[in-house]
Design a binder for this molecule. Structure first.
Ligand code: IMP
Ligand code: MG
Length: 183
């Protein structure tokens, strides 16, 4: 993507900097897919659960590098909150139809920031008695005070900046940037 395309895509708003470019992302996602495949016994299928909306592009790329039989589903979580501070309550707006019990479940998240979403979601999913429950995040800011479960796979350690692109939004914009940038 050239400068003029990026300009058009951003609607004229300037980017601070590109943090991870297209080539870096694609190489890392391919490697993660291979690492994930190796972690599961050959012949056993896994259920890949994407946390919408932010993970949709990452997940689409990732699963094409996981050489295992797999199924996918999504979930949509909303955190209650007033203003900018979330109360820590998480509600499922869309609950996956797929049965988790007895399955190898891999939850795919775009970015781990405060960890609130995952801290609420993981116990909820664990209650459904999956055979295994692992977490994969494209980006990890490493600022969460406590995480109920550390991601087993992380794409990149993220700077403590607000990131957009490759699925990540700012007020629902910029998800279609092919790279990850800071606003
Ligand atoms: P957490 O619950 O604070 O860990 O936040 C997780 C969610 O907040 C992510 O799934 C994103 O949707 C959103 N988020 C956190 N940091 C960023 C960012 O830098 N850019 C875009 N979205 C973010
Ligand atoms: Mg978001």
């Amino acid at each position: 993507m050239n400068g003029a395309d990026t300009q058009a895509l951003m609607g004229g708003r300037p980017l601070r900097r590109v943090v991870f470019d297209v080539e870096e992302i694609s190489a890392r996602v391919a490697r993660m897919g291979r690492e994930i495949a190796e972690a599961y016994p050959e012949g056993e299928s896994l259920l890949v659960l994407g946390l919408l909306k932010g993970s949709f592009i990452f997940m689409a790329d990732l699963i094409r590098h996981i050489a295992r039989p797999l199924q996918i589903d999504f979930l949509v979580a909303a955190s209650y909150g007033s203003g900018t501070e979330t109360s820590g309550e998480v509600r499922l707006l869309y609950d996956p139809e797929a049965v988790l019990e007895g399955r190898h479940v891999l939850l795919v998240e775009d970015i781990i920031d405060s960890g609130t979403t995952l801290n609420r979601l993981m116990p909820l999913l664990r209650k459904r008695q999956p055979r295994s429950l692992e977490l994969c995040a494209l980006l990890h800011k490493h600022i969460a005070a406590t995480l109920v479960q550390e991601p087993r796979w992380v794409g990149f350690d993220a700077p403590r900046e607000f990131l957009i692109g490759y699925g990540l939004d700012h007020s629902e914009n910029y998800r279609n940037l092919p790279f990850i940038a800071s606003l």
